[in-house]
Design a protein around this ligand. Sequence first.
Ligand code: SF4
Ligand code: SF4
Length: 434
Amino acid sequence: MAGSIVSSNQIAFGPQQVDLDRCVHCGLCLNACPTYRELGLEMDSPRGRIYQMVQVAGGAPITQSYQEHISLCLACRGCETACPSGVEYGRLVEAARAEIEARVRRGFFSRLVRGFVFHKLLPSRGALTVAGTLLYLYEACGLKALVRGLSFFKLLGGLGNLARLAPSAEPPFFFSQIGRTFPPQDKKRRYRVAFLAGCVANISFARLNEATVRVLQKNGCEVVVPDHQNCCGALHVHAGLREEARSLARQNIDAVLGGRYDAIITNAAGCGSTLKEYDELLHDDPAYAAKARQFSSQMRDVTEFLASIELNPALGAIPAIVTYQDSCHLAHGQKVRSAPRQLLARIPQLQFQEMPFSDICCGSAGIYNVVQNAMSMQILSHKMENVNLTGASLIATANPGCMLQLQAGVRQHGTGQRVMHVVELLDLAYRNAK
Ligand code: SF4
Ligand code: SF4
């Protein structure tokens, strides 16, 4: 992360002392931390990063080294789960990144790319549709397969890894469904839910979004896909762009306000974690604080929602060995661990095989696999070793970002598993029941 350093104490925010003081430096979090497990370096452990935050809070300058150690953190919050002192590490690292963002001027190219991605691309249906169409044409004309076949990616080194991680375009894009209301199956309404479809997911996980709607319909839900919804702002929060995230949060709250929903649903654990924290993001906004609290209290991950209701039991068989990768933002961020496993257990003939260290990050972590590609790939290699110990032919997870990462792992290591969202498995099981 290149950039000129602005002197300390110019900005009054950053990790709060009261949050930093909770850490008693016991080190019980170290082995839960993927970067510490890979590098064995204190400065790349949760305790070491907190120590560095304390120094900066005490007036030390924001150095290049500090930026690198904070940037190498996946914000996976595995340390939060392991910590007996209740350190809210996710909040600390987001505040540290926001402080860096405010006090360090980035280089021209970095500002250009970030400005385009965070301000122009992610919040714009039009820009995402153009990008998705270009991506589709690149794939459809055979160029993608050609460069893969020529081992072109190998010649590109790190850039080749990024190309492997790029999502595919899935036309017709789900944007066309935004604003629609889907009736419950058999017209018997048990619940009325709002579905937030994401941003890139409308392009690259359009079939997953459709499967999510179908499974909710099968379970007596009237599914509203509210118009005027937008990107949830999770990637903005992780990048330290909290003001931009607040603006997106207000748009999403306005989109569902007054809709009289039983729940607001997402199928992306990474988004859900931020959507559930809108109350914290907007707690200083007098016009939105109360609305944000109501919004957050209604937010549910789709697996959490389905496991909490009486599930339609008309599930057909899926005769396969399946393992499950916990999404960090579901397991550590939202404390949802049993719901996806309970749902998988309901599918006839599905043999569930737990993998070792299923709740250690796969290395995806939002755009971490792009900005910290080497570390991400190292973490992914260990993840694939653990997957392979299970003998599973199918890896289930509950987050589109993890799906992309695991798919890249399967391709890179030639292990042949299929990667599916838990909801896609339920959808398949309902279809198999016919
Ligand atoms: S959030 Fe994850 S990568 Fe960052 S310090 Fe905690 S465990 Fe380590
Ligand atoms: S973050 Fe928690 S577990 Fe880690 S060193 Fe501090 S108090 Fe101990």
